[in-house]
Design a protein around this ligand. Structure first.
Ligand code: SER
Length: 262
């Protein structure tokens, strides 16, 4: 599938689920001293999540140009050394502003990946937040149970705060997250070591492709969490990673996103 069609299929899918398709925000952030460059699709919606601005619609989706070269999400040191990190990339995202929550976020992610893009279930793994005593946030049983509809339990992995609690920066909207990982390795390699042991181990062919964040807290400057006025969904899927998988490549650079320029 060509990259243009992959992108359009994402937008069409979420439009069919009642989302308004919105443009990518500029990569240079204006009016937010906590952030220099857009590092995630949710940045342009920060004030809506915080309750400082009214929502214009309950659901939206887009493809956001992101730059991760500084601050909390900095990929600069990885770029040029591997096949799957970039400073600039596109993030496909869908949002709920106090509308749907974990159930639909997980079910639609599965429907899109499995039924529309036809990714095989046996290559997919989901991670869920194991909880944090320090922050007073429990294990995410709800997300675990929704994933059980689609994946066997040995494909659902508990992750710590580093991997499964997403925060925009030192302060701001945040929440537990559930990531979908895909195992692109050859059968022979998989036979030697199952994918579940490779998730979050920085293997170039066992990658996170989509992060579903259940945005329900605001991290304050003193480090404490306060509940947001509403429970929101913020998802981000790596467009180039998805293209790599759907085009049967082992590197971003071999996809039609880059090959014409190269
Ligand atoms: N904000 C999350 C991320 O950047 C999901 O969109 O991974």
């Amino acid at each position: 599938m060509e990259s243009n069609k992959i992108r359009q299929a994402f937008l069409d899918f979420f439009e069919s689920k009642g989302h308004v398709i919105v443009p990518s925000a500029p990569m240079v952030v204006k009016g937010d001293p906590t952030l220099m460059f857009t590092n995630a699709g949710m940045n342009q919606f920060k004030d809506i999540f915080l309750g400082n601005a009214p929502r214009k619609y309950p659901r939206a989706a887009d493809t956001q140009k992101c730059l991760r070269v500084s601050g909390k999400h900095n990929d600069l040191e990885e770029v040029g050394h591997d096949t799957y990190h970039h400073t600039m990339f596109e993030m496909l995202g869908n949002w709920s502003y106090g509308d749907y929550f974990k159930k639909e976020a997980i079910e639609w992610a599965w429907e899109l990946l499995h039924d529309v893009y036809k990714l095989p279930a046996e290559r997919m793994y989901a991670t869920v937040f194991e909880g944090s005593e320090e922050d007073g946030v429990p294990f995410d049983q709800e997300a675990y149970d929704y994933w059980k509809q689609f994946l066997p339990e040995d494909h659902i992995i508990r992750g710590n705060k580093h991997d499964n609690f997403w925060e925009m920066g030192e302060t701001g909207p945040c929440g537990p997250c559930s990531e979908i990982h895909f195992d692109l390795r050859d059968e022979a390699e998989i036979a030697l070591k199952p994918g579940r042991e490779m998730v979050n181990m920085s293997h170039p062919q066992v990658n996170e492709i989509w992060n579903l964040v259940f945005m329900q807290f605001n991290r304050k400057a003193n480090g404490s969490l306060e509940e947001l006025p509403a429970r929101n969904v913020d998802t981000g899927m790596g467009f180039e990673r998805l293209c790599m998988i759907l085009q049967g490549k082992k590197s971003y650079y071999d996809t039609d996103v880059f090959q014409p320029s190269i």
